[in-house]
Design a protein. Structure first.
Length: 285
């Protein structure tokens, strides 16, 4: 009886306890071994996440957004702390990340530094162009310490993102924000590598659905000037697209293309007109 009782205790009492302990240990190990890039990325962009989630407001039925720069000004210390965190990342650290995390980092850096540049003159500013001069551009100011060098907004967008051949994703044009009404919406959350595909897809659809910036009428599609300035980016084979028209066909519902318009786009017979760009500050009104 004694040996039978001992066997019963081992099977019914001790074994489940050991199993539970082992499971808890495995969960703990899984948490401890979460990829470092995810943990670092979440911590790195936490301050930007807090700022944009509080001070970027959806407008025009959600198709765009406006920035509460007065509120951003009150939390400028937090913004500058975030920018210092970005500047602390070395090129070696950056290169060790996956491409999605790299691209999310660069988009956030561009957007956060754009807000910081606006705040240097706010509220006495009506357009980001006011930060430039007759022979200077606000996008060429090399005041951004990033990845070991002083860089400009143009450096981030055109060299690190578009010019690096690492990413080849024209949807970045609907993610980087130039603080203007004509720009695609500034996203109300930080970009992260784990969510980047979903975020870029949503931002693209959001921008194309904004009829103040893009719409189709008859045999003509009226598009934001972004498609004129960066038209070549939409011909590089992203998702099989080799032209602006074939890129638009990836999102027919967002642009509300009917069957005839889609057929014309397939045949490259859809007329394209480009709309004027509104450079007024994207501030809450």
């Amino acid at each position: 009886m004694n040996s039978i009782f001992k066997a019963f205790i081992k099977c019914v009492v001790i074994a489940p306890l050991l199993s539970s302990t082992l499971l808890s240990s495995q969960i703990s190990v899984a948490a401890d071994t979460m990829p470092a890039v995810v943990q670092t990325e979440q911590a790195l962009h936490q301050q930007w996440q807090a700022l944009v989630s509080q001070h970027v407001k959806p407008i025009n039925h959600g198709s765009s957004s406006a920035v509460d720069y007065a509120a951003m000004q009150q939390q400028r210390t937090q913004l500058q702390s975030y920018l210092k965190q970005l500047s602390s990342i070395s090129q070696t650290q950056f290169d060790a990340w996956d491409k999605a995390s790299q691209l999310a980092f660069l988009i956030n850096a561009y957007n956060a530094w754009t807000v910081e540049l606006i705040l240097t003159k706010y509220p006495d500013i009506e357009s980001i162009k006011d930060l430039g001069g007759l022979f200077s551009s606000p996008w060429d100011k090399s005041v951004i310490p990033l990845l070991g060098k002083n860089r400009s907004l143009n450096d981030i967008e055109h060299k690190l993102i578009r010019g690096s051949d690492r990413y080849n994703d024209p949807r970045i044009h609907f993610a980087v924000n130039c603080a203007s009404i004509g720009c695609p919406a500034l996203l109300e959350e930080a970009y992260t590598g784990t969510k980047l595909e979903q975020q870029l897809d949503a931002q693209t659809k959001r921008f194309l659905a904004d009829t103040s910036r893009n719409y189709a009428k008859g045999d003509t599609v009226y598009l934001s000037a972004i498609f004129k300035w960066y038209g070549d980016d939409f011909t590089q084979g992203f998702a099989g697209a080799d032209s602006v028209e074939t890129f638009l066909l990836l999102y027919p519902n967002a642009l509300q293309l009917n069957a005839e318009q889609q057929a014309a786009a397939i045949k490259q017979q859809l007329d394209i007109d480009f709309l004027d760009y509104n450079w007024s500050l994207n501030a809450v009104r």
